[in-house]
Design a protein around this ligand. Sequence first.
Ligand code: FAD
Length: 394
Amino acid sequence: MRTVAVVGASLAGLRAVEELRTQGFDGRIAVIGEEPHQPYDRPPLSKAYLTGTCPAEGLRLADAADLDGLGAEWHLGVRADSLDPGTRSVRLSDGTEIVADGVVIATGGRARPLPAAEGLAGVHTLRTLDDAAALRADLDESSAGVVVIGAGWIGAEVASTCRTLGLPVTVVEAAPTPLARVLGPTMGAHCAALHTDHGADLRTGVGVASLTSTGFGPWKRVSGVVLDDGTHLPADVVVAGIGMLPNTEWLAGSGLPLDNGVLCDAGCVTAFPSVVAVGDVARYQGPDGPVRHEHWSNASEQPATAVRNLLAGTTIQEYRPSGYFWSDQYGTRLQVAGHPADADEVAVVDGSPSDRRFVAEYRREGAAVGVLAMNNPKQFGRLRRLLPSRVVPA
Ligand SMILES: Cc1cc2nc3c(=O)[nH]c(=O)nc-3n(C[C@H](O)[C@H](O)[C@H](O)COP(=O)(O)OP(=O)(O)OC[C@H]3O[C@@H](n4cnc5c(N)ncnc54)[C@H](O)[C@@H]3O)c2cc1C
């Protein structure tokens, strides 16, 4: 193998380049990234970057010397438009064609847009540094307050940041309990209590009917959110945290199986042995069916396995996810490991939810399958190490 193209220049793409070099690949690496920025870290976008305590330079995933040391070509601000696995070529939006012996797909995802909000000033999603910069500018000007639609991880973190900035915040969640799908209703409710503890107005079990606006044409700006129950919530900033969509459109016509991500085997190898997928876009074969993760540690760890299999030309190693992720909200650290599911039995094994400091263990058929901690990293670390290495994601 003499040339590898890595498509997507964010966390998973950068880790793939690092792994290629660590695992002894000394050929040409061409990295293609649609964003103009060098690889940067997304978690602070909803936290320290949004509060203004972390500048854009502080988000870099590698400094200039480390990037140079990788000896890769960086095609930034350029999109990959298509992949032809037959000729092993990636066609770029600037007309360039890169012919490669191996391809790493690391194109992640984009924020799911709020229907009927296109072009309406004051309405935001949050996925990129540019999204975060635009949101931060609007928050600086906000007087009527913020409505966050969706009380998942990103919505909750944005709400927390807005409260830190002293802004009135309403969080609207269609499900009866936030995060219940991931953590189950009991633990979801304990996490959601952080909103009310810190003065955010949490409305659950109600959807959004429409947005209201003022002005015309390019001056049209959001003025509020109308809920299904008829309530009008005034707001000059609306943030939709309603999930993400994997970036796979550029692969249409490539012959690669796509279904809510790039389908691959248990070692992240696609239907073509010279093409692997990693990070948020990869839907690999878990023990219980195809699964895709949207967490930092997955995007960081998965490339080691994918690159090993790419260089071997076949799947010689299966991916074992740690299932670790974290979220920082209202000065509280939430940590999750393993693969908890809403149907699992859950028991608090240390501390107390009412103190907002506890650890809970998830059990399936009597065996521990996951751990959740709120402000309790020490006990979390201990229980996390006791989890079996092969937990089936539910
Ligand atoms: C605001 C925010 C906060 C988060 N906080 C946490 C947290 O606290 N904890 C946690 O565990 N996880 C968190 N995450 C999730 C974590 O950041 C992601 O799991 C991780 O960024 C995934 O990395 P990735 O490289 O797979 O994809 P991405 O980071 O989405 O990167 C994909 C890159 O590919 C580029 N691309 C897409 N299509 C093309 C194309 N056709 N050609 C070229 N380039 C293309 C995109 O522009 C992008 O730069 C957060 C995410 C966000 C957005």
